[in-house]
Design a protein around this ligand. Structure first.
Ligand code: PXP
Length: 245
């Protein structure tokens, strides 16, 4: 299965919001990333609106021709907004106001009932639902029980271990991601992965049979600041292709 690349364009908005002006526009970045060959665009509308704004997601809905994945916290306000905007998919993530980025997976197991209701309203509105979870048996089971279509595995622990050169931890985290991919697929869930993936570590995750899509933001946008979006996206696609079966 050819792994798809979803480009998270939040950090173009982070640069814009540093000045609170109109540039650079994440919508322009999304168009360029699509022209470079990515398979989807991801944007996280945070409750504090620190980078992506509502206007961005509405415009993205109008211009994205591949696949629009809206990341959001599962709050009543955000659920209503997403149903109004109609992305192709929502990815439910935990949100802490002080965090620099999404720090861990959503604890689906702890709130199956209320998540099931939100997930059902998305599905009634033809929006696919992914839950961003840690590679953990209980969370996979809960994702299935809550009615999600996809589990996106948080690869942050793997990426941190890789960065520190901690080979035993890398092996453990890699094995967890592999095993949980097998389990999720056994339950009929489709599998995506992301967080902390970069040009050096992406090959490992792209080699896992059964993962459909990788969502990558910081490393692509960081590289794009130096070499341009077109090259940054194409180099990531090459790194993924080299690792595939
Ligand atoms: N997937 C999800 C659900 C995320 O919340 C994020 C971070 O916004 C990413 C993927 C991308 O992570 P990174 O910016 O580290 O590539």
């Amino acid at each position: 299965m050819a792994i798809k690349l979803g480009v998270n364009i939040d950090h173009i908005a982070t640069i814009r919001e540093a000045r609170k002006i109109r540039e650079p526009d994440p919508v322009a970045a999304a168009i360029l990333a699509e022209i470079a060959g990515c398979h989807g665009i991801t944007a996280h509308l945070r409750e504090d609106r620190r980078h992506i704004q509502e206007r961005d997601v509405r415009l993205l809905r109008g211009v994205v021709t591949t696949h629009l994945n809206m990341e959001m916290a599962p709050t009543p306000e955000m659920v209503q907004l997403a149903i109004d905007i109609q992305p192709d998919m929502v990815t439910l993530v935990p949100e802490n106001r002080e965090e620099v980025t999404t720090e861990g997976g959503l604890n689906v197991a702890a709130r199956i009932d209320d998540l099931s209701k939100s997930i059902a309203s998305f599905k009634n509105n033809d929006i696919a639902v992914s839950v961003f979870i840690d590679p953990d048996t209980d969370q996979v089971k809960a994702a299935k029980k809550a009615g999600a279509d996809f589990a996106e595995f948080h690869t942050g622990r793997f990426a941190n271990a890789f960065d520190m050169g901690a080979s035993a931890d890398v092996e453990r985290e890699f094995a967890a991601l592999q095993d949980m991919t097998v389990l999720a697929r056994k339950y009929g869930l489709r599998v995506n992965a992301g967080h902390g993936l970069n040009y050096r570590n992406v090959g490992y995750i792209a080699s896992i049979e059964g993962i459909e899509e990788l969502n990558i933001g910081h490393s692509i946008i960081g590289r794009a600041a130096l070499v341009g979006i077109d090259r940054a996206v194409k180099e990531m696609l090459d790194a993924i292709r080299r690792a595939e079966h």
